[in-house]
Design a binder for this molecule. Sequence first.
Ligand SMILES: Nc1ncnc2c1ncn2[C@@H]1O[C@H](COP(=O)(O)OP(=O)(O)OP(=O)(O)O)[C@@H](O)[C@H]1O
Ligand SMILES: [Mg+2]
Length: 503
Amino acid sequence: MDIELRGITKRFGPVTANEDVNLSIRSGEVLGLLGENGAGKSTLMNVLCGLYSPTDGEILIDGVPATFDGPGDAIRAGIGMVHQHFMLVPVFTVTENVVLGVERTGRFDHLDLATARAQVHAINDQYGLHVDPDALVENLPVGVQQRVEIIKVLFRSADVLILDEPTAVLTPQEVDDFFQIIKALRDAGKALVFITHKLNEILEIADRISVIRNGRIVGEGLPKDLTRPQLAEMMVGRPVSFDVVKKPFAPGGTLLETRDLTVLRDTDEIAIDHLNLTVRSGEIVGIAGVQGNGQSALIEVLTGLRRATEGQVMFDGQDITRTSVRERHRLGIAHIPEDRQTVGLIKNFTVAENMVLDTYYDARFSRGPRVDWAQVNKVSAGFVRDFDIRTPSVFQAAGHLSGGNQQKLVVARELSRETKLLIAGQPTRGLDVGSIEYIHKRLIAARDEGDGVLIVSSELDEIMALSDRILVMFKGRIVAEYDANAGPVDKSAIGLAMAGAAA
Ligand SMILES: Nc1ncnc2c1ncn2[C@@H]1O[C@H](COP(=O)(O)OP(=O)(O)OP(=O)(O)O)[C@@H](O)[C@H]1O
Ligand SMILES: [Mg+2]
């Protein structure tokens, strides 16, 4: 099945998200779609999957014009999308999630879960997905939830699969498995659109590449003819530096210290096991590890979102083990959460409101008992400019920003106040190369000005580029430590430690 987008334009009020886009998508091929945050990738694909109707232009399926009144029409035409932010129901099983919505389209007279379950098994086998049809979605790691989304689309007999930043939430190992699945789908004759910000991924898996900037297609080519720097420049319109420049290492005293810290998961299993670590001022400590080894619990316990069962957290000479989130915040701890949508921001609040979510009560933003909105708006406009957040104004609802611009909003808020310690979980998840370059500069500037910085990231390259000290976490413990200022650190050694070799 071949799809042709012709002259697609999509406007939201004054915002033009797509302008006169022409694109072809062919069966048996992976089309890589690249573009900076807010370029219009998700919008264009939402038009293709019937979620938005285009302001102008048309979609041809095997040469015949199609009009979609909703995603139901698109899926009946064979086009399905896995969205940037998942749309699963956590308390349902895999099979229940898969049939959700289908039971009403007429293909099933009644909800026949047994048949559906068998079909999930068949899809599993055909494409090597390995998902338990009876598992509750909330108990599945994100990598597996993603495969549930793929099964959902395949269950609806899609021939065209649109995957919007599927690898942003995956670990490197999961990405390898995921690419096997993509290849199996392509070899089975499916047409795939793959959106990512990771240039090496697109060079590895795409058959063709299209680059979109400010809503327009600005370049097209084959992976064999393109390099990372070329793609980066096509995306952002200027050369991007992949190097990180830091001042010489001059750490101060210990800012953060955990002493025999033990933390349980919700299920009462041990997430963190008698963990000892320190972060000094003027130092970036990076935590490397395969997701699920206690990193999320560590961030939660340090920021006050989860209780320690044993041990202590010391900050700036003070025991903060039982201190509230707000008090830790007041003491100078900033937090960039791993999941921007549940912890980071409130989607139906405006950009300006989100900018002061945890500071509106500061003297800066209040006049007596009232919030000084004129001041809030002015300061927010400054953040929007500094961090290059693409939004028509500070009055836009945060949920209407593109995924990467939502992330920039959270990072801007946390980096723009007086802090002593910054705790960052996946700080550049979903950001384009230009934005990553900028956020890295800001994290280093915080360190150079004497802040302590603790970064948890599943991007080993990011950890290696930024950290003064690298700690490897495995099964709730620190199993290896590397001093990056003492000489080059061996990436494969870290990889082995991450897999538990040093434990
Ligand atoms: N529902 C909406 N209402 C108003 N504006 C919107 C809406 N959806 C998207 N936009 C705007 O359209 C533009 C393109 O956004 P889109 O989400 O398509 O970007 P993207 O390329 O997917 O970016 P990212 O890499 O950050 O996910 C942005 O300026 C965004 O703010
Ligand atoms: Mg997007």
